[in-house]
Design a protein around this ligand. Structure first.
Ligand SMILES: [Zn+2]
Length: 224
């Protein structure tokens, strides 16, 4: 995160407007130079892959009220967010104190209802403890890559070089993308993983008609 001026350092990703997606998306900062209140650099959209150079304003850091609910008890705390960070109901993130939570409701300053807001529109976040994660897995069969998901607890460990078993095929894990880098060996805990990359090792059925879509929960197989 980019913090206030005296602690400011170059970030390796930013939420900025993508000219291709026409939306605020996460961008890798390929190279950049810090200005007083901006970064001039080259950025790559992690959604569509578009690379472009621009000067972008550095977002402000806001303190947002958080209502943490754990069964019967609701506790009030706060967390720091960048003003242009996008928060979505149903998504997970870390509070500043390290707790891993899921957003259940977003209260906005102007009373607007919805599921997706930038931090500077938010009055309070309602969250609950997150204990089961749905980890994205890209499985390559040599021709195409399919997006599937696997459920995991936050501290489940995924190891490169091992097999991840699905109902209808196995996938050999060859890379893991975490929030800050891509691992080619070693392991990572589910809570840190943004995507696992695997190669199909064995499948009993022809894989047909899979959507190449991140949001697919399941996937269909035509049997023989
Ligand atoms: Zn894009």
């Amino acid at each position: 995160m980019i913090k206030v001026a005296d602690r400011r350092e170059m970030e390796d990703y930013l939420y900025i407007q993508c000219p291709n997606c026409d939306d605020l998306t996460e961008h890798d900062v390929l190279k950049g130079r810090m200005g007083k209140d901006n970064i001039t650099g080259t950025f790559r959209c992690t959604e569509c892959g578009r690379v472009f150079s621009d000067t972008v304003r550095i977002p402000e850091v806001l303190k947002i009220k958080v209502l943490f609910s754990d069964g019967d008890v609701t506790e009030t705390t706060e967390t720091e967010l960048e003003s242009n960070e996008v928060l979505v109901v149903g998504e997970e993130f870390y509070l500043d104190d390290g707790r891993w939570v899921c957003i259940t409701h977003i209260e906005t300053k102007d009373g607007k209802k919805g599921k997706k807001f930038e931090a500077d529109e938010i009055k309070a976040l309602w969250v609950k403890q997150f204990d089961v994660l749905s980890v994205k897995v890209s499985v390559n069969d040599g021709h195409k890559t399919y997006s599937v998901r696997t459920e995991a607890e936050p501290d489940d460990e995924f190891v490169i070089g091992t097999i991840l078993a699905f109902d209808d095929f196995d996938a050999l894990i060859h890379a893991i993308k975490t929030k800050d880098r891509i691992l080619k060996r070693g392991s990572a805990e589910a809570r840190d993983i943004t995507r696992i990359y695997g190669k199909i090792r064995k499948k009993r059925y022809e894989v047909l008609d899979l959507e190449e879509d991140d949001d697919q929960d399941g996937f269909d197989f035509d049997q023989e």
